[in-house]
Structure formats: structure tokens, C-alpha cells
Design a binder for this molecule. Structure first.
Ligand SMILES: Nc1ncnc2c1ncn2[C@@H]1O[C@H](COP(=O)(O)OP(=O)(O)OP(=O)(O)O)[C@@H](O)[C@H]1O
Length: 255
């Protein structure tokens, strides 16, 4: 039975995206429920980033429909920019701007606010992600990997978006920092009632923070559901991904 539309933050139908003669996404359909943390896995080069970038309007689609928070996507502009926050893989902070200025960047681009209010908002966002007010005057080169991710997260949350896109948020972090970052995402998702769309290879993240996991193979979503269901999937790529030697070893160690 079809679920009512307002349950979904993102609806993708029959999406086709390609470059030249290469088709990357081939009639892909996917629903992301409001308030869930959805993890996306797929082969390297399989199109995870392309899917995310197409949803946020950075890559044009050849055909198919996209709906974000009940609105047909395609139009860019202010409304779209405020519907989501994005954490790119490398953190991607502006190196010449301080932490405070990085967090304020989307505010300056999209809102008309006094400097005083933006300063207060930036500090509130930094505290929300577990950083201190003293960190606001640092430059990106002065931050650890974990702090960089947190600043990028604070910037992604600057406009209080209902949807958060995360591209491999724990990559490059040691297991302790990765676990702390996962816990932070879970807490923020609960307190801010966010919908989180997360591309990740991190089995610990998939197991501990994701409500559902979607697997992308051959340009399509070939399996979707809670992690325990994905582990039962008969799809050859999904089986190879979760039951290959390396995954088995990690899962064994996680028990
Ligand atoms: N702007 C672009 N122009 C041409 N080809 C592109 C472009 N962006 C992505 N591609 C191609 O699309 C395919 C999917 O790339 P994508 O970055 O989405 O993979 P991915 O699943 O995110 O991989 P990874 O896990 O390694 O990050 C690749 O073959 C890539 O070369």
C-alpha cells in the first residue's frame, strides 16, 4: 500500500542521470521518510554522490521526478537552499574564514540579520555540535579532523534546515571520534527532528545510527530497509558487500 505523501521528506521517481554516454542512475526510485536517518551504500563510483548532488540540484537530471518536503524540485533559489544543510566529505570549510565566519556564511547568503544576532546564532550552533565559544575565532588550519567536521555540521545547520545531507561523515576520523560524531548526529536528529540522508561506508554508522539503509547498485536502489533486513538480502551485490570477508570480519569484531 502507498504511504501518504506527507510522510516523505524526499521522493525520487524514475530518476535518470548520466554524463555523455555514461548512465549513472538508471530509473532510480527512493523515498526518504520524514524524521528518519537513511544510510546509502553502494559501490565506489556507483553514483551515491551523484544521487545526493542531483537531489540538491547541483547535477541536472535527464528524466524522472524529485520532490523535497512536498515540493517538486527543479527550482533552486532561497526556498531550496533553506530546505537542507550539507556536510561534504572533506568538510570543505573556507580556509581564509574563521570558524564563526564559516558558520555565518549561509546566514549572510540567505538572510538579512544584524551582525550581533549572527554572532549569537553562530555560537549557539557551535555549542549545539559540541564546540566551545572560544573555537569561533580559530581558522580551519587550527582544527583537528573531528572539529572540522563539527564546524561543517554547524554550518550545515546554520539555517535550521529540515533535511541534512551527509557525505561520508565519519571518513578520516579515528573510531572514537567517528563514534562520537555518530552519537552527535543521532542526538541532533532527535532534538531537531531532522531527516538525515547519509552516504557512508562505515558499518558501525550503518548499524548504530541509521533507521534504514538503502543499497545502490546498477544505477538503482536494489534493497532498502533496516540493517537487519539488508543483511538478509539475496541481491548479489548486497550480499557481497555485507557478507564479504572484510565485512564479516568487522561484524564479528563488533559483536
Ligand atoms: N561531474 C561529473 N562529470 C562526469 N562524470 C561524473 C561527474 N560526477 C560523477 N561522475 C561519474 O559518475 C559516476 C558515479 O560517481 P559518484 O561520485 O556518484 O560515485 P560514488 O558512488 O559517490 O563513489 P565513491 O564511493 O567512490 O565516492 C562515476 O563514474 C563518476 O566518474
Amino acid at each position: 500500500m502507498e504511504e501518504p505523501h506527507d510522510q516523505f521528506a524526499i521522493r525520487v521517481r524514475d530518476l535518470v542521470v548520466g554524463f555523455g554516454r555514461q548512465t549513472v542512475l538508471d530509473h532510480l526510485s527512493l523515498d526518504v521518510r520524514r524524521g528518519e536517518i537513511l544510510g546509502l551504500v553502494g559501490a565506489s563510483g556507483g553514483g551515491k554522490s551523484v544521487l545526493m548532488r542531483t537531489i540538491i540540484g547541483l547535477i541536472p537530471r535527464r528524466s524522472g521526478t524529485l520532490e523535497v518536503m512536498g515540493r517538486q524540485a527543479g527550482g533552486h533559489g532561497r526556498g531550496a537552499a533553506m530546505a537542507w544543510g550539507i556536510l561534504f566529505q572533506q568538510g570543505a570549510l573556507f580556509s581564509s574564514l574563521t570558524v564563526r565566519q564559516n558558520v555565518q556564511f549561509p546566514m549572510r547568503e540567505n538572510l538579512v540579520l544584524s551582525q550581533e544576532l549572527m554572532d549569537e546564532m553562530a555560537i549557539a550552533k557551535l555549542e549545539m555540535v559540541g564546540l566551545r565559544a572560544e573555537d569561533a575565532d580559530k581558522y580551519p588550519a587550527e582544527l583537528s579532523g573531528g572539529m572540522t567536521k563539527r564546524v561543517a555540521l554547524a554550518r550545515a545547520l546554520a539555517l535550521d534546515p529540515p533535511i541534512l545531507f551527509l557525505d561520508e561523515p565519519t571518513s578520516g576520523l579515528d573510531p572514537i571520534a567517528a563514534g562520537e560524531f555518530d552519537a552527535l548526529i543521532k542526538t541532533l536528529q532527535k532534538t531537531l527532528e531532522l531527516t538525515v540522508f547519509m552516504v557512508t561506508h562505515d558499518l558501525a554508522s550503518l548499524t548504530t545510527v541509521c533507521d534504514r539503509v538503502a543499497a545502490l547498485a546498477d544505477g538503482k536502489i536494489v534493497a532498502i530497509g533496516p540493517m537487519r533486513e539488508l543483511l538478509q538480502s539475496e541481491h548479489p551485490w548486497v550480499r557481497a558487500y555485507f557478507h564479504g570477508k572484510r565485512s564479516q570480519m568487522l561484524q564479528h569484531e563488533m559483536r
